[in-house]
Write a protein that binds this ligand. Sequence first.
Ligand SMILES: Cc1cc2nc3c(=O)[nH]c(=O)nc-3n(C[C@H](O)[C@H](O)[C@H](O)COP(=O)(O)O)c2cc1C
Length: 230
Amino acid sequence: MAGGLGWGSERSGWEAVVHVRADLKVLYFGTPVVLIGSRNPDGSANLAPMSSAWWLGQSCMLGMGSRSRTTANLLRERECVLNLVASDMAAAVDRLAPLTGSDPVPEGKLAKGYRFEADKFGAAGLTEQESELVQAPRVAECPIQLECVVEEAHVFGGTATAFEVRVVRAHVEERLVIPGTDYIDPVAWDPLIMKFCEYFGEGANVAPSSLASAWRMPHQRLREERASVS
Ligand SMILES: Cc1cc2nc3c(=O)[nH]c(=O)nc-3n(C[C@H](O)[C@H](O)[C@H](O)COP(=O)(O)O)c2cc1C
């Protein structure tokens, strides 16, 4: 047990585990859901759920289907807002799931039951909020909103576009910021996770992290303070 904080024991008995070869059809192992806000050619707002996003420093890589309205908007406008979704927002994300801002709806999407929607915010029951540095919209209900500029776009896997975007302004709900720091409290932040097309949240903190120690992350101090008062 590490530091008496009640962490679970290491996995044991792995020698008995059998691995089978699998021709996996889907590799969606679990990633946070992001609502990408962008502007359509007529200036109206578009909003698309996506979860193929990973982060490095102040940059993010986004994997978007090349035929989505969002892809066209990002290529043209060179900016977007990444609105990070909390786990209690799954219903709003699911209302957006069958919608596209593309009119006509691309054939592949028609077959999957997608329909065109001009007012994605209204359809989702979400509130459009102006950004400060870009034209793309923020989602007021999202606890973390990242205004971004597009640095690079690459064709990826034949049918997708990989966008490298750089965060130029971050807005974070106050309760998520560790007081006196510029860090998010990982215990307070509960992202909606898309795993094999299903929604998950309320992830438990399962073990202490040596990466967090090496990075001197301030939430470790917060955890010690919380442990000492309880
Ligand atoms: C939870 C969730 C995650 C998704 N992840 C992605 C993704 O990572 N990349 C992508 O291109 N589409 C993803 N989609 C599908 C897009 O939301 C869908 O193509 C949508 O029609 C895009 O809207 P647009 O055509 O108006 O841009 C996801 C949908 C949901 C509901």
